[in-house]
Design a protein around this ligand. Structure first.
Ligand code: IFM
Length: 465
């Protein structure tokens, strides 16, 4: 194991893990009573995903989960973060649990526990039942209430075996990529609707935490995962500085201020008053959203360098909530991943330190996703060598330690992702896995980064030589 970062051991109870999400890996979309999700609808509509890819088969994890758990065990991580597909549990988004759907997750959890791996369960990683979308989806408060019912059903079935419960993964993407830019399902481009969705996602989070806590059985821990960015201005120009404040509102503060700070972001009325009166907010919502949390999941990929750039469509009636006259223009000298995302590991430390400085009652942090897509290929010996991914993870693990040394309470690191998988609108072309998936025969081939990650974790154990 080689590293440019100073080698320091992690505390004994530091959690190492890998992450996945249901729609990206499971496939089996018509099996065992699963209902349709917004991602089934969206990915089957022409033009929404690269090459028309969809999650119908994905990595076929639904049928190969035992093989995948063996890979997790071989990797030597203590924790596995996965998500439950809401439409498997409630095909129409309401009513009693579909027992065949629950059964899959029960078998998965039992397999993990049998392999000595702790399950880390996320309730919502973007696959809303289509039936709820047809009744307004996250634009409607009813969806938040349905989400709490669903959370209670899953918690009731699995809390005897699952300690770590995450309500939402990246509500920013659900609200703003789903309903403002339209890059994600359900593919809308709205102003008020996207803001209402952001709000109802947070209300759903609050209601779900309350519902699960009320039926708590033991030591369960409740939290949320946010994808946050280190947002900075591209220059000292005041126009770029205020553009960065708007992007920071959209990507970070719209969620961190209410959930962690118990306030509405100060800039929101100025930025969004033309498109919304915020009439979807009820008087006690802030208290509901700001539930005491046992942990905060942070997903981090890259920084944002912000430049003032006026939006082409100035008419408020057609303005989406993501039209904020700001553009992300990373410095040309930063290396890029296959997603085109800039690589700047020190941005992770800046972000973590900022969270610590800004939110007084910050819960312990777990990095619940970090990783990168590169152009991986199987070489003539049958191996997949991915030195850039190793360098990327190594640097971010090193920055995680720096943040800890600066006083940020970080307690775990999960790599995204265990397997190559369906990368949403990019389809299967972007590979984030530690394990390569050959989509012709669904063979799994651990990449060089898989073995490196395993050895790196071992070397960081307090009892390692
Ligand atoms: O694949 C996604 C994941 O579903 C959510 N976080 C970011 C990853 C990479 O884009």
């Amino acid at each position: 194991m080689s590293s440019d970062y100073e080698f320091r051991k992690f505390p004994e109870n530091f959690k190492w893990g890998v992450s996945t999400a249901a729609y990206q890996i499971e496939g089996a979309v018509h099996e065992d009573g699963r209902g349709q999700s917004i991602w089934d609808t969206f990915s089957h509509a022409p033009g929404n995903t690269a090459r028309g890819d969809n999650g119908d088969v994905a990595t076929d994890h639904y049928h190969r989960f035992r093989e995948d758990v063996a890979l997790i065990r071989g990797l030597g991580v203590g924790s596995y973060r996965f998500s439950v597909a809401w439409p498997r549990i409630q095909p129409e988004g309401h009513g009693p649990a579909n027992l065949r759907g629950l059964d899959f997750y029960q078998r998965l959890v039992d397999e993990l526990l049998g392999a000595g791996v702790e399950p880390w369960l996320t309730l919502y990683h973007w696959d809303l039942p289509q039936a709820l979308e047809e009744r307004g989806g996250w634009r409607s408060r009813d969806t938040a209430e349905r989400f709490a019912d669903y959370a209670a059903l899953v918690h009731d079935a699995l809390s005897d075996r699952v300690t770590w419960w995450t309500t939402l993964n990246e509500p920013y993407c659900s609200a703003f990529l789903g309903l403002a830019t339209g890059e994600h399902a359900p593919g809308a481009r709205e102003g008020h609707g996207a803001l209402a969705a952001a709000h109802h996602l947070m209300v759903g989070h609050g209601l779900a935490v309350q519902a699960m806590r009320a039926q708590r059985r033991g030591e369960e821990k409740f939290g949320i995962t946010l994808n946050l960015s280190d947002v900075r201005p591209a220059s000292a120009d005041p126009a770029d500085r205020s553009a960065a404040e708007r992007l920071d509102l959209l990507q970070n503060r719209a969620f961190t201020d209410p959930i962690l700070g118990g306030t509405w972001p100060s800039l929101e009325r100025q930025v969004w008053s033309e498109i919304s009166d915020f009439g979807f907010r009820a008087p006690d919502d802030l208290a509901l959203i700001r539930q005491p949390l046992d942990f905060l999941g942070v997903n981090f990929y890259c920084p944002s360098y912000t430049k003032f750039a006026p939006t082409a469509e100035p008419d408020p009636e057609f303005r989406s909530a993501a039209d904020i006259d700001a553009q992300n223009v990373p410095p040309a000298e930063l290396p890029r991943t296959a997603m085109g995302w800039p690589v700047e590991p020190s941005a992770l430390t800046r972000l973590l330190c900022r969270l610590k400085d800004e939110y007084r009652e910050l819960p312990p942090i777990y990095i619940t996703e970090n990783g990168a897509a590169f152009r991986d290929v199987i070489d003539s010996t049958g191996a997949v060598l991915d030195p850039e991914r190793i360098e990327f993870i190594d640097a971010h693990v090193g920055e995680t330690q720096d943040a800890m040394a600066k006083g940020v309470d970080v307690r775990g690191y999960f790599c995204w992702s265990l397997l190559d998988n369906f990368e949403w609108s990019y389809g299967y072309a972007k590979r984030f896995g530690l394990v390569y998936v050959d989509y012709d025969d669904l063979r799994r081939i651990p990449k060089a980064s898989y073995y490196w990650y395993r050895d790196m974790m071992r070397a960081h154990r307090p009892d390692a030589p």
